[in-house]
Each structure stands twice: as C-alpha cells, then as structure tokens.
Design a protein around this ligand. Structure first.
Ligand SMILES: [Zn+2]
Length: 98
C-alpha cells in the first residue's frame, strides 16, 4: 500500500491543525478524500495566494512513515472507513481563473 504525506506549509503563518505532518496509508486522490473526511477542510485549499496550497502532498515509502506523536498523525489502512475514501472534496480558498 502506498503512503501519502501531507506537509503543512504554515500558510498565512500558522498550522491548520495541531500537528505538522499527516501520513495516510492510501494513494493520491483517495488520501485527499480521507484527509477531508477526517479534518473537514481540503488539503488543496489555498488560504493565502503567496503561500500556495495549504499542504504539500506527495507519496512516501513505508520506511519514511514516522511513529505517531503530537506533530505526526499516522492513519493506517485498517482504520480507514469505506465512506471516507469516497468523500467528495469541495474546492476551497482562492481559485485561480485564467
Ligand atoms: Zn502567504
């Protein structure tokens, strides 16, 4: 199973959750849905246009996943609900129009 890492860029100068990094045992699009289902905001949200999206999102290997602690959330596949995988993620924050 791939892991997806969400790294809080401190958009607008502060973290969006109590933790700094979240690791979800799912790939790309599903991991974004699971993130939204758990935390109620899109990780793709742009809170500040100079900072870009609230999170940097990328795939990592199992060995890169740290032990869970105050600043690292780790969500394992076994604890993910089927409906969380299918959550529809709304567009939030600034949306660019060309
Ligand atoms: Zn900014």
């Amino acid at each position: 199973m791939p892991w997806t890492k969400f790294y809080d860029v401190h958009s607008e100068g502060f973290p969006k959750e109590k933790w700094e990094e979240c690791y979800i045992e799912a790939c790309g699009k599903e991991a974004i849905s699971i993130f939204y289902a758990r935390y109620g905001h899109s990780p793709l949200r742009v809170s500040c246009t100079c900072c870009g999206p609230d999170y940097i999102i990328y795939e990592v290997e199992m060995e890169d996943v740290p032990c869970p602690d105050e600043s690292h959330r780790v969500i394992f596949e076994r604890e993910i609900l089927p409906k969380e995988r299918k959550a529809r993620v709304p567009k939030q924050g600034y949306v660019w129009v060309d």
